[in-house]
Ligand binder design. Structure first.
Ligand code: UD1
Length: 418
């Protein structure tokens, strides 16, 4: 099995480009089915989750061409598609849930195996299914299979108990082709939702309120093809900023939207990092030891749960005690055992970790348990004294394109061993 070999203790210097956002691209791929014609997506990252979404799309009947070097994906969904997904690939990633909304909207029926993805909590689908029911679909979840059917889908007012990213995306797709107006109250406000709505609008959807807690969608009879550029990956970009900080380096992360990273930048600044912003890049510089800070994850514009794990090794080296509280997922601290092998002093209490900063971490053999935990272990290894091996990196490669090459170009001593 492949793993990363890392010699820690080298400050990162230089500049790193950011890929297109994984958490936007995967949903846009499913949504391309709504066009029933050709869609071109630019800035699509060549990562495992994207390749899996493409595989599912092809299996149900769409024609897809992915130029991985140019990051351009062409989807032609003018062919008949099978709304019943049997491919077990769908159960390997959470993003496959977006096929629910896309297929129900387009074919008025769908079935899909219950999805997997990162092992970070229960991750139910009740909000998605309740919303489909409000719009007139009959839904079921039996024997691990989710189904929905509705020949007369009609716009309604939906209140989401929680601003779920996935449910907002699915309900927007169904509402886009339903009869009449849908209002989604307490919708998710993440930048990826805004990107998603912008893409649908280019296809002819009538959507207002993207990026707020209230989406208003006027159904139209059909959508058409479009060309769209995926927004930058704030989580990937944020991970590299933390890499710059944890190694005491000076790193510019380019091709990003600084506003999307504000919750992270505020915390890095509070801990003592120097931050310089430009239009589409951020430079971080760290001199000396950082200070402890407290973090609580929340839906956007709060601190992103997907960057919480990466902050834990950084705070493990900061002066003082930090508290990191996770409010979005129930099980997002399963990297702590691995970080302890490197000398981190961390206690877990319920949904919080108490981190007592230590002077240094030491290299160790560690294993990734999920995507962001894996990224976090790479950061810890970059900062640790001596040699580390980071195993089970297929988790990392679900979401980061060429991570080791990007880090190496900035001075990291990291190699992927095949
Ligand atoms: C998406 C992102 C993920 C990110 C998360 C929160 C993708 C592919 N993944 O995941 O990286 O961490 O947003 O920003 O875009 N919930 C329910 N019932 C539901 C749906 C969700 O209780 O029907 C709960 C979840 O268990 C979780 C919370 O709501 O506790 C947030 O989940 P949600 O926003 O739906 O996240 P995802 O769309 O799965």
């Amino acid at each position: 099995m492949s793993y990363y070999q890392v010699e820690g203790g080298f400050p990162l210097r230089g500049s790193v480009p950011t890929q297109g956002a994984k958490n936007s691209a995967v949903h846009l791929i499913a949504a391309s089915l709504l066009a029933k014609s050709e869609v071109i997506l630019e800035n699509v990252p060549a990562i495992a989750d994207v390749l899996k979404m493409i595989k599912i799309l092809e299996k149900i009947g769409a024609r897809v061409a992915f130029d991985q070097a140019k990051h351009t994906l062409t989807v032609d969904s003018s062919y008949p598609v099978n709304p019943h997904i049997l491919d077990p690939t769908a159960s390997e990633l959470r993003a496959s849930l977006s096929f629910m909304g896309a297929l129900l909207s387009r074919e008025k029926e769908m079935s899909i195996p219950f999805p997997g993805g990162c092992n970070i909590g229960n991750r139910p689908v009740d909000l998605h299914l309740k919303g489909f029911s409000v719009l007139g679909a009959k839904t079921s979840l039996e024997h691990g299979l989710i189904t929905a059917k509705g020949s007369r889908l009609t716009g309604k007012r939906i209140y989401l108990d929680y601003p779920s990213v996935g449910a907002t995306i699915n309900l927007t797709m169904v509402a886009a082709l339903a009869k009449g107006e849908t209002i989604i109250e307490n919708s998710a406000e993440e930048p990826e939702i805004v990107d998603f709505c912008n893409f649908l609008k280019k296809m002819g959807a009538k959507i207002k309120g993207a990026g707020t807690k209230r989406l208003v969608i006027k159904g139209v009879p059909s959508l058409h093809g479009a060309r769209h550029r995926v927004i930058p990956d704030r989580i990937e970009g944020g991970t590299y900023l933390i890499a710059g900080a944890i190694t005491g380096g000076e790193l510019t992360v380019r091709d990003i939207v600084p506003y999307h990273l504000e919750p992270l930048l505020v915390k890095l600044h509070e801990s003592g990092a120097e931050i310089n912003l430009a239009k589409n890049k951020v430079t971080i510089k760290v001199r000396g030891r950082l200070k402890a800070v407290n973090i609580k994850t929340m839906p956007f514009p709060g601190f992103p749960t997907d960057l919480q794990n990466q902050m834990i090794p950084l705070l493990s080296l900061a002066e003082g005690t930090s508290v990191v509280t996770e409010t979005v997922f129930e099980n997002r601290f399963n990297l702590v055992g691995e970080l302890r092998k490197m000398g981190a002093n961390i206690q877990i209490e319920g949904q919080s970790v108490y981190i007592q900063g230590v002077e240094s971490l030491t290299g160790a053999k560690v294993a990734c348990t999920n995507l962001r935990a894996g990224a976090s272990l790479v950061l810890a290894a970059l900062a640790a004294k001596g040699h580390s091996e980071v195993h089970d990196i297929e988790h990392v490669e679900r979401g980061y394109e060429n991570m080791e090459e990007k880090l190496r170009a900035s001075g990291a001593k990291i190699r992927r061993i095949f």
